[in-house]
Ligand binder design. Structure first.
Ligand code: FPP
Length: 256
């Protein structure tokens, strides 16, 4: 454990927008696909770092609904890369007792990738050391619309009363129903946007944006993000005075 890090105050759930693969490749006069390929090495590095630190939930934005608009060649290469990643990393994922989950629309994912993904999810469903969620064919607005549709169907079938509808109920219809909300959202590549990622779930997350491009983002950068997270004052809508009082009474647990 890095001496600067307080193991008691690590975020429980970290979500990452892995941006900057294209720029990283352009700086080297290489194709964007070369950047994505190097980006998957950063994925491996950050996953194993989370596992080592005992962070229980990590969510990565791997392919958005908007990514379909990219050139055909790049879209195909991204699917190829995901398929290869799932195949080559599965033994290590199993060995490290990592549970793999999918957030996003299963419809539209190329068959071979979907098969690989389903197999990996099934083979790792009993593990709980780290829950690694891959947001693939994912869009935050689409997820909320789908949740509302699913709730409406339950109302139609008499399973729910519309008067009961609340933010807690809506959360149960999202892809993330079994996950806690992220405490920290990291975006690499320097853009100040959420890009349709976990729109509902990021309501209280701390945002950490770094100019470091994703293929360069490795363990030391990740630790830096965690240190910055620990330096921020998490208030959960309370006043600074309330925060100080709660902290002195019960530690961080009293705040939540
Ligand atoms: C954004 O960079 C990145 C993506 C759209 C894809 C993310 C995919 C990977 C990191 C590789 C594979 C993933 C896994 C889980 C194995 P960009 O292309 O928009 O970069 P730019 O903003 O510099 O153009």
């Amino acid at each position: 454990m890095n001496p600067q890090l307080d193991p008691e105050r690590l975020p429980r759930h970290i979500a990452i927008i892995m941006d900057g693969n294209g720029r990283w490749a352009r700086e080297r006069n290489r194709s964007r696909i070369f950047g994505h390929r190097e980006g998957s090495n950063s994925v491996r590095d950050i996953v194993s770092c989370c596992r080592r630190l005992g962070i229980p939930y990590l969510t990565l934005y791997a392919f958005s609904k908007e990514n379909w608009q990219r050139p055909d060649r790049e879209v195909k290469a991204l699917w190829q890369l995901l398929k290869r990643f799932l195949k080559s990393q599965l033994p290590e994922i199993i060995e490290k007792e990592i549970r793999l989950c999918h957030l996003g629309d299963p419809e539209g994912i190329p068959e071979e990738v979907a098969k690989q993904l389903q197999a990996a999810i099934a083979k790792t469903s009993r593990y709980d050391k780290l829950t690694l969620s891959l947001a693939i064919n994912y869009g935050g607005r689409q997820e909320i619309a789908r949740a509302a549709r699913r709730f409406a169907v339950d109302v139609q079938q008499g399973k729910c009363d519309p008067q009961e509808f609340s933010s807690e109920r809506l959360s149960e219809y999202l892809f993330t129903a079994e996950l806690p909300d992220p405490d920290l959202m990291i975006r690499t590549g320097g853009e100040f946007r959420v890009s349709n990622f976990l729109l509902w779930q990021l309501a209280y997350a701390e945002l950490y944006i770094t100019k470091v491009l994703w293929p360069d983002f490795r363990e030391p950068h990740f630790i830096e993000a965690l240190c910055e997270y620990q330096q921020r004052e998490l208030r959960f809508g309370k006043t600074s005075e309330q925060v100080r009082q709660a902290k002195s009474r019960t530690g961080w647990a009293g705040l939540i």
